[in-house]
Every structure is written in structure tokens, then in C-alpha cells.
Design a protein around this ligand. Sequence first.
Ligand code: ATP
Length: 370
Amino acid sequence: MATHNDTLDIAVLPGDGIGREVAAACIELLAATENVAEGPKLRLTTHNAGAQYYLESGDALPKSTIDACRSADAILFGAMGWPDVRLPDGTEIIPQLDLRMEFDLYAGIRPIRWFPGLPQILSDDRSRQTDLVLVREQTEGLFYARGTGTVIEDREALDTMRITREGTARVSEYAFRLAKRRKDRRGSARVTCVDKANVFSSMAFFRKVFDEVAASHTAVTSDHAYVDAMALTLVKAPWTVDVIVTENMFGDILSDLIAGLVGGMGMAPSADIGDNHALFQPAHGTAPDIAGQGKANPCAMFLSGAMMLDWLADKYEDQRLELRARLIERAIEAAFAAGNVPIELKGGSGCAEMTRATIAAMPEAIRAVA
Ligand code: ATP
């Protein structure tokens, strides 16, 4: 078992736009958890990266930041990129993709759960039971083409999808282990392989490897869905979905769709998990349209912070960290119940108000979860 010496090092990369705003709010929130709950201290150290830093330094992801991420216990990430800031080849600054490759963060975990206070987007009341997790493969798939696509004589363009046995097996494995852990709470466990196996040989191979992994997880039900059918299910009956595992590009698209089920990107946390490192970030980007106005919803970042605490709790087998994760979730729910609704969800609370309300709810929330 890994051990910690009662202080955990967290590399914080706030980035650009609302990434900076929600990261600052999350630092405040995590510090507040230490005032009401026991457990190791988090030493949160901020590091440079992103589009703004690229303008200042000519480097979007300096080596010193990569080194700090490598030696940290976990990475907490805001958001990076800015439409006007481009690399010489015209592409946007996306250091999060470089970090995924650098640390082999192959499993993108995107949980979506409805709780009282959130808008009910779908008219069917059963949508309140929505509690699903999308697991996105993030080191290959169609994103493998990033930086390697070709344009032939200004006539046609080609991007290649890459699916490997190892890449598919490890992300499927992760999805089954996750489903098994959720089984205690839900009473059942199912992993759905989302693909387009009826059209592409790469996707038929993805399904074949998934089935091989499924065969060694008999306690978990497994099934398949084509990505188009799953898009429909996620809109018509998301409460029927448990864990889904899918290729990189499909996962990219479906994760925005599922964020819509709970009101928007500001409610959608995520974790990028590898065998040795993990990065936690809201599923949203830098939102230039609202940046600098104090309107950002910090809940996705807060919930990503809770996912980080859960991952650290697992890594160090320290239940005090898990309790702090539950504390954050409970405090967010209590802030909503007390009438604080983010501007994104048509309420009146900006980033600072939501942060204050969530922290204010902690003393009571700790009694509820302890
Ligand atoms: P990317 O291309 O990296 O996804 P983006 O800025 O184009 O970045 P997002 O930031 O993911 O797209 O979100 C799209 C829109 O959703 C934003 O323009 C903004 O209006 C809204 N949005 C996203 N995150 C939040 C948030 N935390 N709080 C409030 N609104 C948000």
C-alpha cells in the first residue's frame, strides 16, 4: 500500500479564462474542508501553463510544470486555451491533451448525477434518477490523428483512427472495476460498450476486445450500443444507463451531451486516470464568453476536487479523504437546497457566491456525512 506523510502535494494548473476563476475557488474550498474534517493536508502549488502563458513566454506547457505534475500526488487542472491564441501551425493551445499523453492518462471518467436543486431538463420525472458514468478512452481512437492528419493537394484530407488491443483492454478493465464498485450503492452493475461496430473494422475490434474483458467480469452485466442509438438513449432514458465505455472521439461528444442532462458544463466534473498519475478537471473549457465576469459555475471544478480526494483515498487507503469528498458533494447539495443557484442554471449566484455558500454549508454537511 502507498503511504503519505500527512501532507499531499497537489500541482494546480489554473490555465486560462474561467479555468483561473474556478481553480481559485476550488483552492479555497479544499482548504475549507480541512477546517471541518480530519485527514492529510493538501499542499496546493500553482504552476504556469496555457494560452496566456504561451503569449508571455512562448511555451504553453513548460518543462518545470510537467516535472511538478510528475512529482505531485495529483494534478488539479482548471481549463486551457483561447480562440485567438494559436500555435504557428494554426492549431489551438491544448496542453491538457499533451498531459494525457505525457502521463498516459488513458481513462477519462465523466460522472453525471442529478440531485435536488438541479434543473430537471427532461420532462420525465425518472430523469431525477440519472446516475451514470462515461468512461472515455483518451490516448488513441480518432484523436490519434492529432498532429498526424494529412491534406493531399488541397483536395482531400485524411485522419486515422487507431484502436489497439492494449488501449481497449485497459480502459474496459477500468470500466468494469468502476461498475463493480458502484454496485454496492446501486444494487446492480452494467457496462455498455458504445461503438460503431456495424460499420468500422476498428470499432468491431474495439467491441471484440471489450467482450474478452467482459468475460472475466461475470459479476457485472455487459452489453453493447451503437453510438447513435446511445445518443438517443441518453436523451430519452439516461436513468437506464450505468457505466459506458467508448472510443476517444465518441466520448468527447457524448460527454458534452450528458453534461446537458444536469444543466450544463458547469455541473460536469472529470478525471483523467492513468496507472501512475491522475488529473482532475471540470469537463468544460475556458468559456471566453463569460470569462472575467464572475459568472462561472464552480461546481464542476468542486466535484472534480471531490473525485481527486476519492482517488487519493483509494491510493493511500485513507478513508478520511473519502469523507472529505462526500463532504464536498453534500455541501454543494446543501448550497443548492438553500437557494443558491448558479447563473448558468438561470439562478443568481456567481462564482464567488457559490463558493461562499458551499463553504458555509460545510459545518452542517460534515455532520450529515460523518
Ligand atoms: P472547449 O472548446 O475547450 O470545450 P469552450 O469555451 O468553447 O471550450 P466550454 O467552456 O466547454 O466551451 O463551454 C461552452 C459554453 O458553456 C461556454 O461558452 C459557456 O457559456 C458555458 N459554460 C461552460 N462552462 C461553464 C461554467 N463553469 N459556468 C458557466 N457557464 C459555463
